[in-house]
Design a protein around this ligand. Structure first.
Ligand code: ATP
Ligand code: MG
Length: 225
């Protein structure tokens, strides 16, 4: 997607060093990864290989058994809970595998909460691009699964994050809508000097990213594009 020179250290948004994690059994060992501005990274791998776990570690929600995640020259796991929360609120946009919208509020109110928390305006062009502008007064329970998924993307983009962490954001979508949603995310990272780490099972979606990794046999292996 771009012609980044990967040795340009000021372009680095996030670095993972030697990340290892296990639950009852080993999931992965010594994972290293660097995300630059304007760059998208796809993580593929079979179900249960640890993709969501790795993404949760990279976005600070889960502390790994060992390893560091460097954001703004600091290992986020050395920071206080309050400092980590501030980073997540102001710089990270996390799109979960199961989206967590506030069900007591309508679609627009879900965006207004993100807008209030980060003092960023709601971008109506994004709602149009995601084709959810006509459902914004509906309650969450009145939206289709795919509309809820697109709304949670809109909510994350409203915060104007530096890094988008997306866990199968197109899982509920037909392929046309999936590509439209990915175009909105790619467009966002290019226009905002942001970066994205995307977990997906869909090869065609992964191929739109700059780098594709596969989590296999406890390792993160770079796939040739
Ligand atoms: N909090 C937890 N406690 C114990 N085991 C867990 C926990 N979270 C995940 N696991 C286990 O770790 C393994 C990896 O889970 P993870 O959700 O990271 O997989 P995944 O690659 O995202 O799979 P999928 O493609 O199905 O979403 C699974 O076997 C899962 O049961
Ligand atoms: Mg998962």
């Amino acid at each position: 997607m771009n012609n980044l020179t990967s040795d340009h250290s000021s372009d680095i948004l996030l670095e993972a060093h030697n990340i290892s994690h296990h639950f009852d059994y080993d999931l992965f060992d010594n994972i290293n990864l660097t995300l630059h501005k304007n760059q998208s990274i796809a993580i593929m791998g079979s179900s249960g290989s640890g993709k969501s776990t790795l993404l949760n570690i990279l976005c600070s929600l889960l502390t790994p058994i060992s390893g560091e995640v460097i954001f703004n020259d600091q290992n986020i796991f050395n920071l206080s809970q309050k400092e980590i929360l501030n980073i997540r609120r102001d710089f990270f946009g996390i799109i979960f595998q199961s989206h967590y919208l506030f069900r007591g509020f309508n679609a627009m109110e879900n965006l207004e909460i993100a807008s209030l928390l980060t003092d960023e305006p709601i971008d109506h062009n994004i709602l149009k691009a995601l084709k959810i502008d006509h459902v914004m007064t509906q309650g969450i329970g009145e939206l289709s699964g795919g509309q809820q998924q697109r709304l949670s993307c809109a909510r994350v983009l409203t915060k104007k994050p530096d890094i988008i962490f997306a866990d199968e954001p197109t899982g509920n979508l037909d392929s046309t809508t999936a590509f439209e949603l990915m175009d909105v995310l790619f467009d966002y990272i290019q226009k905002n000097d942001a970066g994205m780490i995307l977990v997906t099972h869909e090869e065609k979606i992964a191929q739109k990213c700059d780098i594709i990794y596969e989590l296999i046999d406890n390792k993160l292996i770079k796939k040739e594009l």
